[in-house]
Design a binder for this molecule. Structure first.
Ligand code: B12
Ligand code: SF4
Length: 480
């Protein structure tokens, strides 16, 4: 233990959890990010309480800067400050760590960014990092620190000693997720989140997680915390959480935040049956894979309130899907997109440009698919090589060396030397934007006008933009 520790407040071990995400600093926020409190932290908070610790939380989402942390530190005087980390919030996390250390607290980081670059955090102000599942490790850590003991070596904890990382043995995952208490929603200002949703959509929206991990293996996906493991709560536990949200907070719309929702067909069937029986009258959305969303399942999901599905379509080229190890077929994309349209469920497509191996013709195939199905919503990002992924390893000699700004992390700029210059990908993103606008205009303009604009844009792309941006031969013309 370091000498900077101040005399502790007598009583239960005290933990202050901090979410350093400041929405107004996130340039993606206004356009893309939907605001929900961190479910990781709310579950940690509930678990700590259930184990007899005293917990407080400072959520900077609606703040201007870190000042609320300083105020809470002085008022609460925690033994341990636990900071959630994402790449985007790295700088703020370091600022919070400095504030906490100045107040004599033990500072620990957890979450995806510190799990990926643990040494960076330990060398810039954090006493420890929990790279894996946090609940049990944080309880043990807080008890040790409050008792004046050095927590070095406990399972799941990494610290630095004499310039070397000292990792405790791996901590096994909690086997039964039903054993976790409901998230401690009272730790954050739920009304601020819900009120914002109500003002912008008329719905009181909340996020729910039914599982941890994902067994698939897409080569660009970073899964530092749960790897390829997969556990899920029982459908009954999920329904209990939904009921609590409805009764306590009048929630009427839920976003299921699982990496992939409904991986097990018997599980989702049971959940849908419970939802129908309980008659919760919730509307909901989720992220799922095209290979899992069979048309009969979509019909059942729709009948229990499903409104919108996020699908990782990624590319219109089978070659690219295979290179990404996505495990999906274009025929499954087509079947799912058709079924979603038939059922009147909104579809949000994630698409990715710039993955290694992609040619201009592959991009044209993606645009053709997009044109054919005209999803209601979409995002086209430039592939982000995240440390710890196979994609990153394959391009690490060609990284641009740019700081990992929120634009880069959000897929708006190119972070490695890809097949084409960044401006080409930016241009291609703009073409998807035009395509989406034309799709929306189809109701208002005559089909001939829409077609003409489309052809003119394609010709410009072929004759002017492509040679200018790449110095390469133009690709084949896009067919409608
Ligand atoms: C759902 C989700 C969202 C939702 C809701 C997020 C929320 N508020 O809960 C929405 C859509 C709003 C969202 C937004 C963003 N997200 Co997001 N999101 C996810 C997703 C799919 C699940 C997160 C989750 O709840 N996991 C389950 C919980 C239980 O796990 P957890 O949070 O990791 O916490 C556990 C451990 O990590 C650890 N732990 C976590 N914090 C701490 C702290 C301490 C002190 C300790 C000891 C332990 C600990 O213990 C927890 C419990 O075991 C993840 C992917 C993933 N599987 O993690 C991406 C992910 C976290 N998101 C990501 C990103 C980039 C974003 C955005 C920055 C996107 C943007 N702006 O462009 C925003 C940021 C918004 C924000 N408020 O921070 C990235 C982060 C990558 C990185 N290295 O930073 C991820 C990993 C996806 C990815 N692979 O790229 N996201
Ligand atoms: S991208 Fe989605 S499906 Fe693929 S491994 Fe990651 S979480 Fe799983």
């Amino acid at each position: 233990m370091t000498e900077r520790r101040r005399a502790r407040v007598p009583g239960l071990p005290r933990v202050l959890l901090v979410d350093p995400y400041v929405a107004r600093e996130d340039p993606m926020e206004r356009k893309f990010v939907e605001l929900y409190p961190s479910l990781g932290l709310l579950t940690l908070g509930a678990y700590l309480r259930a184990h007899g610790l005293e917990v407080s939380m400072t959520d900077l989402t609606f703040a201007r800067d870190s000042r609320p942390v300083a105020a809470r530190l002085r008022a609460f005087r925690p033994d341990v400050v636990g900071v959630h980390t994402k790449t985007l919030t790295h700088a703020r996390a370091l600022e919070v760590a400095a504030l906490a250390r100045a107040e004599g607290a033990y500072v620990v980081a957890g979450g995806p960014d510190s799990a990926t670059r643990t040494a960076d955090y330990l060398r810039s102000g954090f006493d420890a990092v929990v790279p894996g599942e946090g609940e049990e490790t944080l309880v043990e850590l807080a008890r040790r620190v409050a008792a004046g003991e050095d927590p070095t070596g406990i399972p799941g904890l990494t610290v630095e000693r004499n310039g070397r990382l000292v990792r405790g043995p791996p901590r096994p995952f909690i086997p039964d997720l039903d054993a976790l208490p409901l998230p401690a929603w009272d730790l954050v200002d739920m009304e601020e989140y819900l009120g914002r949703w109500e003002r912008s959509t008329g719905e009181r929206r909340a996020a729910v997680l039914t599982s941890r991990g994902c067994p698939f293996d897409c080569s660009w996906c970073s899964k530092p915390t749960f790897g390829r493991t997969f556990r899920q709560q029982s459908p009954e536990r999920v329904v209990a959480e939904l009921r609590a949200l409805k009764d306590r907070y009048r929630v009427d719309y839920v976003r299921f935040c699982d990496d992939v929702f409904g991986i097990s067909r018997p599980w989702i069937d049971r959940l849908l049956t419970s939802l129908a029986e309980e008659d919760l009258r919730l509307r909901w959305e989720c992220l799922a894979r095209v290979d899992l969303l069979k048309p009969d399942l979509l019909r059942r999901m729709r009948s229990t309130g499903l409104e919108r599905v996020y699908v990782g379509v990624e590319s219109g080229s089978q070659k690219m899907l295979d290179l990404m190890n996505r495990g999906t077929r274009l025929a499954q994309v087509e079947r799912t997109a058709d079924a979603l349209r038939r059922e009147g469920i909104r579809q949000f497509w994630f698409l990715m440009l710039g993955y290694p191996g992609e040619t201009l013709e592959d991009i044209e195939e993606t645009l053709r698919l997009f044109r054919r199905f005209s999803p209601e919503e979409y995002s086209v990002s430039i592939a982000v090589p995240v440390p710890g992924t196979r994609f990153y390893d394959s391009v690490k000699e060609r990284l641009s060396g740019r700081p990992r700004s929120s634009k880069g992390v959000g897929g708006k700029s190119l972070l490695y030397e890809a097949a084409y210059p960044e401006k080409l990908y930016r241009w291609e993103q703009a073409r998807f934007g035009l395509e989406a606008a034309l799709g929306r205009a189809r109701d208002r303009l005559s089909p001939r006008v829409v077609e003409r604009i489309g052809h003119a844009a394609d010709r410009f792309h072929e004759k002017v933009a492509t040679p200018l941006l790449t110095g390469k031969k133009p690709p084949a013309r896009v067919a409608t």
